[in-house]
Design a protein around this ligand. Structure first.
Ligand SMILES: O=P(O)(O)OC[C@H]1O[C@H](OP(=O)(O)OP(=O)(O)O)[C@H](O)[C@@H]1O
Ligand SMILES: Nc1nc2[nH]cnc2c(=O)[nH]1
Length: 179
């Protein structure tokens, strides 16, 4: 275990199993749609979850990336900036936004609005973690891996000042490191 980690909340195995359940559920829910969904993964945090999830969605899906950010350290600035937009057209498509965590909900609220504005047929959200205690927007993800309390978590894509994204599990840092 990384020496900076105080507690592991979800292990690699738990994440894999839950991603498999979510992938199967998503495949079932979209099976009868005329076209398979376009997965829109939000850089950078969602990459490990996207990689795990797509193994388990037995449909002819496509994926693309957007990079939007609002965080500095552990604080949301509330100001969403697009750093990279999609290369794929969303017009008339069912979109499934892939997130590592929904916290205040500001990121998914802004992305949902942008995608609907560009003519998506539907926008749903799949997130590995849901932290409803800090929600400020009326956003409820459609598919949730796990719930977390009001803790700043790292690992499996999630960073603290760009560190710890590559840990294969989700954990909490030792108190003295959150400065
Ligand atoms: O619900 P919210 O309060 O908006 O927070 C959730 C967002 O915060 C993190 O992104 P960040 O902007 O840190 O970018 P990253 O994915 O590159 O780490 C995370 O990946 C979510 O996208
Ligand atoms: N790494 C990380 N990023 C976040 N963005 C919003 N909430 C969190 C969190 O708990 N951890």
């Amino acid at each position: 275990m990384n020496p900076d980690i105080k507690t592991i909340l979800y292990s690699e195995e738990q994440i894999r199993e839950r991603s498999e359940e979510l992938g199967k559920q998503i495949a079932e829910d979209y099976r009868d749609r005329p076209q398979a969904p376009l997965l829109v993964a939000l850089l950078r945090g969602s990459v490990p979850f996207l990689a795990e999830l797509i193994k388990h969605i037995d449909l002819d899906i496509e994926y693309d990336f957007m990079d939007v950010t609002s965080y500095e350290g552990t604080n949301s600035t509330g100001d969403i900036k697009i750093l990279k937009d999609l290369d794929t057209s969303v017009k008339g498509r069912d979109i499934l936004v892939v997130e590592d965590i929904v916290d205040t909900g500001k990121t998914v609220a802004a992305v949902r609005e942008m995608l609907m504005h560009k003519g998506a047929s539907s926008v749903k959200i799949v997130t590995l973690l849901n932290k409803p205690s800090r929600r400020t927007e009326q956003e409820e993800p459609d598919y949730v891996g796990f719930f977390v309390d009001n803790l700043f978590v790292v690992g499996f894509g999630m960073d603290f000042n760009q560190k710890y994204r590559c840990l294969p599990y989700i954990g909490v840092l030792k108190d003295e490191l959150y400065q």
